[in-house]
Structures are given as structure tokens and as C-alpha cells.
Design a protein around this ligand. Sequence first.
Ligand code: SAH
Length: 395
Amino acid sequence: MHPTLRTFTGPLRWEEGRAGENDPVMTKSLPLIFTAPRRGRPPTHLADLGPQARRDAVVAAGAPAFRADQLARHYFTNLTRDPAQMTDLPAAGRVEFVDALLPELLTEVRSISCDDGDTRKTLWRAHDGTLIESVLMRYPERITLCVSSQAGCGMACPFCATGQGGLDRNLSTAEIVDQVRLAAAAARDGALGAPGRLSNVVFMGMGEPLANYNRVLAAVRLITAPAPQGLGISARSVTVSTVGLVPAIERLTRENLQVRLAVSLHTPDDELRDTLVPVNDRWKVDEVLAAARGYADATGRRVSIEYALIRDVNDQPWRADLLAATLRRHLGRLVHVNLIPLNPTPGSQWDASPRPVQDEFVRRVRAGGVACTVRDTRGQEIAAACGQLAAASKG
Ligand code: SAH
């Protein structure tokens, strides 16, 4: 794909020709990409900088240092980068000053709503033309934003639209934070009907968050810092979802944060996981779950196990039993399974499991002593699930 990328060259077990006749046929073999290409760096933004660097940048732009705090208040508390609303800044040169410190990072390409207006997906264009998406969802008790952490993804999961498109680049800290800032403003201003407060953020949009570790962590800190230094969302309401990059999970464990960890397991056995989540070649199920246990012990929080249920691939009753036993062994009660009915990507021969099969799967996981719920499938009619909008727009 991208010949200049450093790629993981371990054996990928799902290359063409290896599958038996009755196995799910996987037609594409993509390299795993851990290191994003260095291209198209977005302009530096206040949200990319620490406190001293913010003041330095303000002074470099010709203003007194205290204006850094004023800008932060406009951005994180008032959720705006509109100079017209910043009447506490001198009118002369205000537009240029704001443009220098709070440059426009994301412009809306389009937004689509569905689920009676409770789900709203937005496609954003970054300064270099890169397309990313985020999805805002209203539930009775909360408003959740699904954010992207990378443009594209290098993890190559064969059932995921983003994974099939490869990695374009990492998003900057501010590009991640700005998705949240824009969504919080949209929720406040009634984009989902009655005005509401953005309460939850899940890193389940495009990309592998732990492959863009430093920027994602900086973004998490800004999303959770109290206003005016951050967006003031509770860390417990932020979920970081990963394919299972073990060293990065261990690093996250040491950060002392209360964010929820979600692990995309998709099957309890290595043989199938090698094909569904190619990074399993590096870190096996046991290692991933041991790292998840370390996180659960350090934070006292239950780990979410993501499981996309795929018809005749990973939905067998025996797999449900094995899943429950494996999770009990590793995580005890500090675990919760989140079943996601597969959202078939265009051109894929895979499908969601029939309802009775799904029900039996849930029943068996619960009977094995593990909490299990089925995620409601928001946004299907607008391809809001799993990278499909940006993939479609790329053509
Ligand atoms: N890279 C991270 C976050 C991205 S996606 C991760 O893998 O966890 C969030 C979840 O959606 C993951 O569990 C992913 O496996 C799942 N997913 C991706 N494509 C899907 C599809 N077509 N149907 C159902 N779930 C999907």
C-alpha cells in the first residue's frame, strides 16, 4: 500500500490460499502499520501546547501572555473559535490573532442524521484534505461522541471498513480535541433536538487510538480536565478502545487515569483471532487479557470486551462458552462483553448472525458468569458504523 511505511512483516495467517474451502474466505492481505507516515502536519493549535508553550505562542503572536487563558476559556468553556464572540480581546488584529492560536482544523463536509434525529454523523475535512468522521448519539441518559484518533487505520482487521483502507496519518491532539469541542457545541446548540450536554466520549471511530499513543493521551487529558483548562468531561465517561496493543495497554495502566478500557477481542481463540484481528500475530489472546486484567486491577474498573458477532464465523455456541470461561479465568468479574452485530462493509461476504443465534450466544456468555449486552446498532442507515462514511467518500 504505502511503500514508504515501516510495516510489520510477521506472518499473516489469513493470506489467500490458506483458507480451507469452507472457511470464511478473506481476499485481502494487508500489512500491519504501526508507524504513521509523517505527512501533512496540521497547524499548531492551542490544544497541542502545554501551559508554558501556550503563553510563549501568544507572546510570539505579539500579545501579552495572559491572553492564553482568555483563549483557552473561549475554546474549552464557550466551545468557540469565532473571533466575533471574543469581545474581551482587542478588536485590532483579533481575527489574525485567533487564527494563529486557534486555527480552523476541521471543516464540515456534511452531516447526516438518522434514528429520529438521535444520531448525527459528521464528515470533516482536515487542512490537508484528509477526511475523518465522528458520530454523535443521544441516549435517554447521556450524549456520546464517537471520535477518530487516526485518519484511516493500520490494523487491517478484515471486517472493518477503515481497516481495509489502510492508514493515512495520525491525527494531532488538537484534531482529536476539536472533534469533541465541535460536538459539545453542536449538542449544546440543539443539533440533536433539545439542547443537551455532551457527557461521554468513545475512541471507537477511525483508527487505533493506542497506535497514536501520545496524542491520544494528551487529548484524553484535555477532554477530561476541568474547564477552562479542558472540556470537563468525566474520565469515567471516556472509553479508549484497542485491538490489543499490549505494551500500550501496560503504559496506559501506569497513567493513573479512570478512563474505561475496551478491548476488541472478537473471538476467544488464537486461531480465529489471528485472522480477524491480524495484530494477534504479535500479542495473543492470553497476553491481551493479562494486560487488560492489569488495567482492571489498577483502576478498579471493568474492562469492556468488544465482540462483533459474525454469522458462521465467531458465533458458535461453543465459542460463547469458551469466551465466558476465558474471560472468567483472566478477569473474574471485572469484565463486560459488548456484542456488536456485524455491520457488513460494502462488498463483504460476511453478515450479522441471525437473531436466534445472537440470543443463544448472549445466553451462554451470561450463563458462564460474564455480563453481556448487545450494543444497539445506531446509524446503520447512514453508514455511521465503523469508518463507512469516510470510506465511501474516498470513492
Ligand atoms: N481500533 C480500535 C477502535 C476502532 S473501532 C479497536 O479496534 O478497538 C470500534 C469497534 O468497532 C471495534 O471493536 C471494531 O472491531 C468494531 N468494528 C469495526 N468494524 C466493524 C463492523 N463492520 N461491524 C461491527 N463492528 C465493527
